[in-house]
Design a protein around this ligand. Structure first.
Ligand code: ACO
Length: 321
């Protein structure tokens, strides 16, 4: 039996933290109290203007490869989850492959599932590895979300940040990823979207993130509860055996609800939303890497990763680390 196992993690945050008060100083009509009480966010990081997701991804990827103790050329599959790709094409994954100097002609492609992109990418890589077609995958979530924020829309611009997180996933005879569940319901696509595109040499439509916050909140709480239970049941493990919940970092209140439903105290939940904001596809691998590097998450522990993003698309993975 071939399993897919996480062999190393890495992450990267650009620049210095930008606090809620910094946003007020930059002219956003908000307050530290409003943001903190509704979302748990105190600060986030923004990449310098003009930065590319592949640049952030490369920093995270190099750290994950180093942690896995392999060489870049041992990677035969790269999947990048991003909603802020460098270009319309080629994929950001191919740019990461080139940046790492990989010359083995392995596969490289992007996955688009917004804030659930990392879970979708991890699930995809897991299937490649379990099939035996690939041995070692680099799975990355990377975003320059600041590039799609409307700074005059205080209901959205205070929520997000930039960053990247990565894992090396490799074939193993020990589990590994024990279960994944992916879902989507495209009827909700107008509740969280960037309704623009490029055509005829121009931006057509609106190039900024738009969101119906309360609708997203209600939907997220419901489906994250369900999908976390689903992977526990698919993996056929006791709920009490979960050591850590590593959720998408959108809002502390959504995270608290998920933890409660899984019967986990907040001490067993990795939360980085306070200092990263919502980094979309990067948020789960960023949180995972933080908790691995500070020693909370250790080899042999059992994790639930879960996320939801625009579409809506949502999913979870149950992972023996
Ligand atoms: N600062 C101060 N006031 C603000 C701000 C702000 N940044 N943003 C909105 N307000 C005001 C509004 O104008 C409104 O004022 P009014 O009553 O005078 O009209 C008031 O605050 C309430 O606005 P609501 O939008 O109803 O605020 P709500 O309590 O719903 O909180 C929030 C908004 C935090 C976005 C919440 O709906 C939420 O967390 N939703 C989840 C969405 C989410 O997390 N999205 C992330 C992307 S999706 C994902 O990753 C899953």
């Amino acid at each position: 039996m071939i399993y897919a196992k996480i062999a190393g993690t890495g992450s990267y945050l650009p620049g210095e933290p930008v606090t809620n008060d910094d946003l007020v100083r930059r002219g956003v009509d908000t307050s530290d109290e409003w943001i903190r009480s509704r979302t748990g966010i105190c600060a986030r990081h923004f990449a310098p203007s003009g930065s590319k997701s592949s640049e952030l991804a490369l920093f995270a990827a190099r750290r994950a490869i180093e942690a896995a103790g392999c060489a870049a050329d041992d990677i035969d599959l790269i999947i990048v989850a991003t909603s802020t790709p460098d270009f319309i094409f080629p994929s950001t994954a191919t740019l990461v492959q080139a940046g790492l100097g990989i010359q083995n002609n392995g596969a490289a492609f992007d996955v688009q599932a917004v804030c659930c992109g990392f879970v979708y990418a991890l699930a995809t890589a897991e299937k490649f590895i379990r099939s035996g077609s690939h041995r070692r995958a680099l799975v990355i979530g990377a975003e320059v979300f600041s590039s799609i924020l409307d700074w005059s829309d205080r209901g959205t611009c205070v929520l997000f940040g930039d960053g990247a997180g990565a894992v090396v996933l490799e074939a193993s005879d020990k589990p590994g990823i024990r279960a994944v569940a992916l879902h989507a319901d495209g009827r909700h696509h107008r509740e969280l979207w960037v309704p623009g595109t490029v055509a005829g040499g121009q931006v057509m439509g609106d190039p900024f993130l738009r969101m119906q916050g309360q609708a997203v909140f209600k939907f997220a709480v419901k489906v994250l509860d369900e999908v976390a239970q689903e992977v526990v049941s698919l993996a056929n493990v006791p709920q009490e055996s979960i050591d850590w919940l590593v959720p998408h970092q959108a809002n502390i209140r959504i995270i608290q609800s998920s933890a409660k439903r899984l019967g986990l105290p907040m001490e067993k939940v990795v939360t980085t939303v306070g200092f990263h904001g919502n980094t979309s596809a990067a948020s789960i691998p960023l949180a995972l890497d933080c908790a691995v590097r500070d020693g909370r998450i250790r080899a042999g522990q059992r994790l639930v990763l879960e996320g939801i993003g625009g579409g809506f698309a949502w999913g979870a993975a149950l992972v023996d680390f």
